[in-house]
Each structure stands twice: as C-alpha cells, then as structure tokens.
Design a protein around this ligand. Structure first.
Ligand code: PLP
Length: 433
C-alpha cells in the first residue's frame, strides 16, 4: 500500500494559496478543517482527527450539534439571515441579553453589549470604563491594570492587555502613551508570593487607575495558569476600597469550559461581584460573538457612543441561546465534572510515563495543559499528532499555550471512548520521542 501523505493534495493547495493570498496571522496547524462530526474533525482530504483543540474553546459542543443546527435552520427559514440589532432589536438578542444579565456574576441590574469577537467585547468594556470616568468628571483616571502573561485580544485598544503573546504588542503597536498608562502586576497564581503581591498593590497610586482586567479562574493563552482564590479576593477588595472597576474576562474559560457558565464556581461569585464580565467564543455555539455584560449604571450616556453592524444579529443569537441551554445542561447533569476527572487522571498518568518530556500537568474542568521541557519538543508533539494520519486511521488536533505547554480542550460532550482514543494516540506520539 502506498504511504499516505499529510497534508493531502487538496489541503496542500489550500495551504499554498493561504500563504500567497491571506494576511500573515497565527496559522500554525496543517489541518484545514472541512467537516465536523461530534468530537471529530475532518480535513479536505478526508483525514480524521480527534478534536482536543475546539478552536480555542469555541466549539465546546463539538461539531454538528443538533440543537445548534436546529436553531440556525429555524432562523434560515425566516429568510432573515441578518438584520441590524443596533438599528432595531430582535427577539433572540433581547432574550440572550436577559439571560446573561440575570445569570452572570455582574452586580445587578445589568445590561449587555453584543459584538462579534472576544476582542470586541473587551473593547466595549474599555470604552464603557472611559465613558464612565468622563461623565463623573474623573478625567485623570486613564490607567489600566492588566496582569502579566494575560490575553485579552489583539485589536488596537485592548492589545494593551495582551502580554502572553509578545508579537501582539511588540514593535509598532504599543504606543508610548499606552506604556505610561498601563500597569502589569504578576498574575495572582499559586506560584506568586502573596506578601510580595500585596505589597505591590499597596504601592500603587489608585487615584489615576480606571479599571483592572483579569482572566478567571485561569489564564488561557498564557498556558492554563490557575489563579489563587485568596489573592483574587484580595485584589477585588483592593478595587472596592480604591474605586477601581473590576472586569473579569471569561471569554476562554466561560461557557462550561471550567465546569461553570462564567468561569468560577457560583459560590466564588457570591463574594466577588465584578462591575463587568466579558464573554465570547463558545457562547455563539460556533458562530462569531462577543458580549460585554456590565452594571446598568455604567451604560453609555448617549446613543451612538458605541455600536456595531453585525453584533446581536438574529442567526448568531439563536445559536447562542441554544448553546447556552445545552452547555448549562452539561454542567448541571455532571458531564463536565466527570470529564474533569477523566482528563486529570489520564494526563497525570501520561506525565508519570514521560517524565523526561513533561514537567507538569495542570488545569481545571475540561481545560488542561501539559508543560513540556522545551518549546521545540512541544511543537514537535503537536506536529506529530497531526501527521499520525499517515499511519493511523485518526490523528489528534492539539493547540499550544504559553511558551512550552499543550492545551487539551475537547468538546464538553466528548464520549469516553473517543477521549481514550485521543489520549492513546497522543501517548503513541510521545513514545516516539
Ligand atoms: N480574552 C481571552 C481570555 C481570550 O482567550 C481571547 C482569545 O483567545 C480573547 C479575549 C480574544 O477573543 P477573540 O479572538 O474572539 O477576539
């Protein structure tokens, strides 16, 4: 039998044209996904992969989920694929806004702004913060706090907050004004000395600080770094004492990924009441979405201060309503808890077998990482897991995180057999190194 070559001829041509005609962005994988069925993805040449990537926690319900398909079809038959929500509201958008405003941890009453991406949600949050200070006459409060190694988006305003990927800020992008007005404390992870951390905050002059943004309960792109609850509570209290807005970004961690709708345990949110929360990714059920949920008193004073053409469109909103319901069910019926146990056990066992390659297993819910000894080894593992389809019926689709880690973020509804298959294929690759 002739050896199969990955990427196959169709994908190879797509990759060649992408290099020639598409802007340089973050393309790193050679799996050009054409189809999705449950926990599997298929490329244009028919190669099959277990999906441990989920498009960075967008496709949390796997592929072709009947509730999402039904929701989209029910909008398609109206003949109205899109109408501008910010011109006149539509029913699914106000329903979703009501759900998010009522269920989110943001102090009540709350309102919601809809955009099309996580970055847009954070941009909206930024503008709300600036408008709030302006209206109150606090025109000196321009400074923002973002934690080191965080990721909040790549657009020109919020890139101030993204240090986990140096290319996002480096060179021409971070302006001298941004540098002067941004504070980067260490992320309150377990590895940080709490006395040092508290002293750091005590040394800040809060009178110039507008808001603090934080990913919870862990940093995602930065490498799945869990936060220490006590230190987060300390930071929250510090913001309350000093009149600083507290904004939680649960764009990657939210919508079931950590086992909760809004990233942290509901008990945690009884003591920490953010002024705003930003969500995105899996909220859209696979369609583009971003939402900023904020205390109603922080709303823009005048119409026209912020808006977007596509935000809140009825097709996306229907898919999001369906995704919200399905994900809530997977949390309530214990599916994500069970997945957490299965993932933790499997990944710890693999770490024990390959101590010269893997230095740490960490994570929460259905969001885990293996830390490797070097970025070269990490990259080789990801590439070999894709290339496995040259010898096996199936490969594994993986995603890096931080400098040396691989992220494991399967669909929340993955069945046990497929999960095991994915890990056994991954192990097979590790044993060749
Ligand atoms: N915030 C967090 C925590 C993220 O992980 C991401 C994307 O990975 C974003 C914001 C930006 O989202 P988007 O890529 O949809 O703009």
């Amino acid at each position: 039998m002739r050896k199969r070559i990955f990427p196959g001829p169709v994908s190879s041509e797509i990759l060649r044209k992408a290099e020639k005609f598409c802007a340089t962005t973050t393309i790193g994988s050679q799996i050009c996904v054409q189809q999705r069925r449950g926990p599997f993805v298929y490329d244009y040449d028919g190669f099959q992969f277990v999906d441990f990537h989920c498009d960075a926690s967008v496709n949390n319900l796997g592929g072709n989920h009947p509730a999402i398909v039904k929701a989209m079809l029910s909008q398609i038959v109206t003949g109205n694929f899109f109408s501008e929500f910010n011109n006149a509201p539509n029913d699914p958008a106000v329903k979703l806004a009501e759900l998010l405003a009522e269920k989110s941890p943001v102090g009540h009453p709350a309102k919601v702004y809809f955009g099309n991406s996580g970055a847009e949600a954070n941009e909206a949050a930024l503008k709300l913060c600036q408008a709030f200070r302006w209206e109150r006459g606090e025109r000196d409060r321009w400074d923002l706090i973002f934690f080191k190694n965080s990721f909040h988006g790549r657009t020109n305003g919020i890139l101030r907050g993204t240090t986990s990927k140096p290319e996002v800020q480096s060179g021409p992008f971070l302006t001298p004004w941004d540098k002067e007005h941004t504070i980067y404390p260490p992320y309150p992870s377990k590895g940080v000395n709490s006395e040092y951390f508290k002293k750091y905050f005590a040394s800040l002059d809060p009178t110039k600080i507008n808001a603090l943004f934080i990913e919870l309960p862990c940093q995602g792109e930065g490498g799945i770094i869990p936060a220490d609850t006590e230190m987060v509570q300390y930071v929250y209290e510090w913001t309350r004492k000093n009149g600083v807005l507290f904004i939680v970004d649960v764009i990657q961690c939210g919508m079931g990924r950590t086992g909760h709708l809004f990233g942290c345990d509901p008990a945690f949110w009884t003591t920490v009441k953010p002024d705003m929360a930003t969500v995105g990714k899996a909220l859209g059920g696979g369609l583009p979405i971003g939402a900023a949920i904020f205390r109603s008193d922080l709303d823009f004073e005048k119409t026209g201060m912020h808006s977007s053409t596509f935000g809140g469109g009825p097709m996306v909103m229907r898919a999001a309503l369906a995704a919200f319901g399905e994900i809530r069910e997977l949390i309530l019926n214990g599916t994500v808890n069970l997945l957490e146990i299965q993932m933790r056990n499997a990944l710890n066992a693999i770490e024990r077998k390959f101590p010269t390659l893997i230095t740490e297993t960490r994570g929460i819910g259905a969001m885990w990482a293996h830390e490797f000894t070097s970025s070269e080894t990490r990259d080789k593992v990801i590439e070999k897991c894709e290339r496995l389809v040259e010898e096996e019926d199936c490969g594994v689709r993986l995603l890096g995180a931080g400098r040396k880690a691989i992220r494991f973020m399967p669909p929340l509804n993955i069945d046990r057999e497929t999960l095991k298959l994915g890990f056994s294929l991954y192990e097979k690759v590790l044993s060749t190194l």
